[in-house]
Design a protein around this ligand. Structure first.
Ligand SMILES: Nc1ncnc2c1ncn2[C@@H]1O[C@H](COP(=O)(O)OP(=O)(O)OP(=O)(O)O)[C@@H](O)[C@H]1O
Length: 240
């Protein structure tokens, strides 16, 4: 049986009086790409932050590798790309990658090779010597993704990784995500791009703080009797 890498059990979250998550339950198994989708404000980032231990649930619990986060040691084995870029503007792209590689405890002997690989995936190799203050928004997203990929973590948590990224490069990034999956590593990704949701193994659809579907894109389309995840999304919203 495959290992459960992420599990959410009856997770509830309120901000003041606002109930953001009513009772969220889902698992991510080893080697899966799971897409967390839902309209803006549905609670996707909140789920991710609870999984990572950056926000505390009001009830229920979230486990990663069977452990409650935050856990410093486990963080080294999780590649997290947040929605807002957290980069050092005064440093170059290369210096940012080097800094985060060191933070993750990647051995000095392999840091250069790792940086080379992740920079190629996001097509930033030629821009590594530039200061990040001179990067465009899309370049910053790509650098953040490259940082998340460093060190071949067993779990990748990517919050809107391809916003502002051109279609050609998007495809290349998805090819890399498939390589990662084939290597038995696991990915939890949030997205607004419905064409991307169709590339995942399983879609967790979040609406008004509730998970209203958790199945493969194909099953989801069959259940809703439509032929795209976008149409599922629109139909589900219309039915509320
Ligand atoms: N720290 C916070 N304090 C108060 N309210 C918050 C906080 N973080 C999130 N919220 C609220 O919780 C709700 C869910 O936010 P969240 O960022 O999880 O949504 P999302 O699905 O990721 O949205 P988007 O797709 O726009 O990123 C929103 O109404 C947001 O305003």
């Amino acid at each position: 049986m495959r290992k459960t890498i992420v599990s959410l059990n009856n997770v509830q979250k309120k901000f003041g009086d606002q109930v953001v998550l009513k009772e969220a339950n889902f698992n991510v198994q080893q080697g899966e790409i799971v897409g967390l989708i839902g309209p803006s404000g549905a609670g996707k980032s909140t789920i991710i932050k609870i999984v990572l231990g950056m926000e505390k649930a009001n009830a229920g619990k979230a486990l990663v590798f069977d452990t409650q986060m935050p856990n410093r040691e486990l963080l080294n084995n999780i590649g997290y790309m947040a929605q807002a870029d957290a980069l050092y503007d005064v440093l170059t792209g290369y210096e940012n990658l080097y800094f985060f590689a060191q933070m993750k405890g990647i051995k000095k002997a392999v840091i250069k090779k790792e940086i080379q690989h992740v920079s190629q995936v996001v097509e930033l190799t030629e821009h590594l010597a530039k200061k990040v203050s001179g990067y465009s928004g899309g370049m910053k997203r790509r650098l953040s993704l490259a940082i998340a990929l460093l060190g071949e973590p067993d779990l990748l948590i990517l919050d809107e990784p391809t916003v502002g990224i051109d279609p050609g490069l998007k495809r290349k990034i998805w090819q890399e995500l498939y390589h990662i999956k084939e290597a038995g590593r696991t990915i939890l990704v949030t997205t607004h791009a419905m064409d991307e949701a169709e590339l995942t193994d399983r879609v967790v659809l979040l609406l008004d703080g509730e998970i209203i579907a958790d199945e493969s894109p194909r099953e989801l389309m069959k259940d809703y009797q439509v032929n795209s995840v976008e149409a599922v999304f629109l139909k589900a919203e219309g039915e509320r």
